[in-house]
Design a protein around this ligand. Structure first.
Ligand code: ADP
Ligand code: MG
Length: 714
């Protein structure tokens, strides 16, 4: 029997929500906590003690035995260390369950095993976690029972960020500050806060657990390192419109149920392009919470897949030649009074404000495009970016033809010459009409890395396994920077005696002109676009190590430093961590492939070859005169197999030699570049011969599930 539930009844039941806080905390304590949440005011320990006690009682009622500081280190997954609530046994042999304010606010996990890029010497294991009270605590239920999870930031002992959350929160503060300053220019003095709103669309593949467990490459690297595409005429597209198998639906329902309990507002579920590829998307939330919820959701999805004898793949390109997975980050700016700053308003004044934020975001993409693209560069995402179904690593912005025409017309009409009062009125009236035109939201471009979709931007280059904070940090910071510059330029004109509205429009026009080359409405996957981008002088990212270099280059460090998002040593630490991760990823892939080639593929190929040889010899015994003619085809196959086996062996040897060569290099950049250029190449070469063998060797003998089998769930 399937379990039925009313979403409204269970939504957020495992979350220490605002409602729960209001019910359980003394008024004074509640107000102090709200002040901390809203204004970042520091909490005193006495108040924290009261909150911690209430949180503990609430969690114990939900069955919790332990608590954990839950954080997002730079390994790309979440981490936690569990402590139980018990205190030392008393004399009478009983114990108390306790949780102090100090334990709530700060934790000291043994941080030595998390990457720190040299920021924290390993012997100095003390990193610390600090409660992020802007993201609610929750109780998670899993095999370990129930655990109170406290979202935390993770820093080195000297305060440097070792996680994704800390810089994200800092970048949110930067954009909050600059947006509020700019809003004053539009006469808005009531808004107290502007937050980036984020809705991440999560794509993923599902594979039957039994087949998954037969593929070491999937287990250890998250992707298939080889696998021939099904023969012609059997393209995988036929699965696209097929109904979702009920086993998959049950899985979806199950993780959605758990997500609702944890207050994650999942809204959409649907098939994606490839067979067994799906997507789910929540209703957007504040950036920080959206990121926490997305990482939590990924954990849930992994865990529940096991329960349904499935495995979920978040790798961007688990199957070569098959559509990859992304995580489109929808991003906008929302005021605490409920105004979406990237949605056109109802009056000309509101729309000048919309145009301001809109054009500044485009300008940010123009000035910091390579930084945006570099922020989501990972080894796994590189297999997806640049291939046919995803935008190549060149930044461009899609605005839709309507807005594009509006920008062009503003550029033309707001010329340098003095406008007559009539002309000014007309332009303003036209700006006021934007919302009506934009309602037609069908104008979509799925090939643009950064597309405006009516009331938000969608950063589509983000990979399905990326933490959304990675792109959000530079986007928030770069837009904050643009807003600062914009305000300064407008103020300068106003000081010169130009009227406010006119000053704003003049700078909008200036930005429209300056950012023109980043706007592209055509097919972002086409070869023409790459040529065109080159002609326009847009920087493209050639490799993953290059992306890391770009991210940490001087110009961008200055940006981050100015807005207090990263200091220099934090940038450098990230650079080292990224390079190290890259090397490790390729190293693991290389080892796994060598192992699979030597222990599964080559023996199977030789086994089949022997069967053919026996057959040819048998023919020779029976038909000594004709056998050469009769067995010609088989002899050719024997030769072909021998050729592929030889190539696999040689390339495996050369790959191992290349690894040895680069392992001995002390210079991190040389090592990473070597791995990503010289070692990676052999992965492709070896794969080529294995895929050929897969098509030759008897299906019965092939020891590993093939693409089509892995893409079937029944
Ligand atoms: P599509 O696939 O058509 O782009 P989806 O419905 O799958 O759209 O996902 C759109 C995502 O964008 C959802 O997560 C949605 O909540 C989010 N979104 C909508 N409006 C905003 C906004 N103002 N700010 C941020 N995200 C938004
Ligand atoms: Mg979608």
């Amino acid at each position: 029997m399937s379990e039925y539930f009313n979403v409204a009844d269970i939504f957020g039941e495992d979350v220490f929500t605002d409602k729960v806080m209001q019910e359980r905390l003394p008024k004074k304590v509640y107000r102090a906590l709200r002040k901390t949440i809203e204004e970042g005011k520091e909490l005193d320990l006495a108040t924290a003690d009261v909150i911690a006690a209430a949180m503990k009682d609430w969690a114990i009622e939900k069955g919790a035995t332990h608590y954990t500081h839950w954080f997002q280190p730079l390994t790309g997954v979440t981490a936690e260390k569990h402590d139980s609530f018990i205190t030392a046994p008393r004399e009478d042999g009983t114990i108390l369950m306790e949780f102090s304010g100090k334990e709530l606010i700060k934790g000291e996990p043994d941080a030595s095993s998390f990457p720190s890029g040299g920021l924290r010497a390993t012997f100095e294991a003390r990193g610390y976690t600090a409660w992020d009270c802007t993201s609610p605590a929750f109780v998670r239920h899993d095999a370990a029972g129930a655990t109170l999870c406290i979202p935390t930031a993770f820093c080195s002992y000297t305060g440097e960020a070792l996680d994704q959350k800390t810089p994200l929160l800092r970048s949110m503060e930067a954009i909050n500050k600059e947006s509020l300053r700019l809003l004053k220019l539009f006469g808005n003095t009531t808004s107290k806060k502007v937050t980036p709103s984020v809705g991440p669309e999560q794509e993923y593949f599902l594979v039957d657990a039994e087949k998954f467990l037969k593929r070491k490459d999937l287990i250890f690297t998250g992707r298939t390192l080889f696998g021939a595409k099904p023969p012609k005429g059997q393209e995988l597209d036929d699965h696209y419109f097929g109904a979702i198998p009920s086993r998959v639906l049950e899985y979806m329902k199950d993780f959605e149920l758990q997500a609702y309990r944890l207050g994650i507002p999942i809204k959409t579920r649907h098939n994606e392009v490839a067979p067994n590829q799906f997507e789910c998307a929540p209703v957007f939330e504040e950036a920080n919470i959206a990121v926490d919820h997305n990482t939590l959701l990924m954990t849930l999805m992994r865990r529940l897949a096991q329960k349904h004898k499935l495995r979920v793949l978040f790798h961007e390109k688990p199957f070569a030649g098959v559509n990859g997975s992304g995580k489109h980050c929808n991003w906008s700016l929302l005021t605490d009074t409920g105004v979406n700053l990237l949605a056109p308003g109802k009056t000309p004044k509101n729309n000048i404000q919309f145009l301001t934020f809109f054009v500044n975001t485009i300008m940010a993409a123009h000035n910091y495009g390579p930084l945006f693209m570099a922020s989501i560069a990972t080894q796994s995402n590189s297999h997806r970016l640049g291939s046919h179904e995803a935008p190549p690593a060149v930044m461009s912005v899609f605005t839709g033809s309507t807005l594009s025409a509006i920008l062009d017309s503003l550029e033309e009409r707001l010329s340098d010459k003095k406008l007559t009062p009539d002309e000014k009125t007309e332009i303003k009236l036209d700006i006021g009409k934007i919302p009506e035109i934009l309602l037609d939201n069908t104008d979509r471009n799925r090939t643009s890395p950064f597309a405006f979709t009516g009331n938000r931007f969608e950063f589509r280059a983000t990979g399905s396994s990326n933490n959304c904070a990675a792109p959000l940090i530079p986007i928030n910071t770069a837009v904050a920077e643009q807003l600062t510059l914009f305000k300064a330029e407008v103020d300068k004109l106003i000081d010169k005696g130009v009227k406010k509205d006119e000053a704003i429009l003049q700078i909008i026009r200036k930005y429209i002109i300056e950012s023109k080359k980043i706007r592209f409405e055509g097919n972002g996957y086409s070869a023409e676009w790459l040529r065109e981008a080159d002609r326009r002088g847009l920087e493209s990212i050639q490799s993953v190590p290059d992306a890391f270099k770009i991210f940490s280059s001087k110009a961008y460090s200055k940006l981050f430093d100015k807005h207090k998002v990263f200091n220099e040593s934090e940038i450098h630490a990230r650079y080292e961590i990224n390079m190290e991760n890259l090397i490790k990823k390729i190293q693991i892939e290389s080892r796994v492939l060598a192992d699979m080639a030597a222990n599964h593929i080559v023996p199977t190929a030789i086994h089949y070859q022997n069967i053919l040889i026996k057959n040819v010899q048998g023919l020779k015994d029976i038909l000594p005169n004709e056998y050469l003619d009769l067995a010609a085809e088989e002899i050719r196959t024997i030769q072909t197999i021998a050729k592929h086996v030889k190539a696999i062996r040689e390339n495996t040897y050369l790959m191992v030699e290349a690894r040895k060569k680069y392992n001995h290099m002390d210079n991190l950049v040389a090592r990473a570049t070597g791995y990503s250029e010289d070692v990676l190449i052999y992965l492709d070469k070896i794969r080529h011969d294995i895929d050929k063998l897969e098509l030759i060797v008897d299906d019965e003998l092939w020891p590993l599930p093939k693409y089509r089998e892995m893409m079937t769930i029944n």
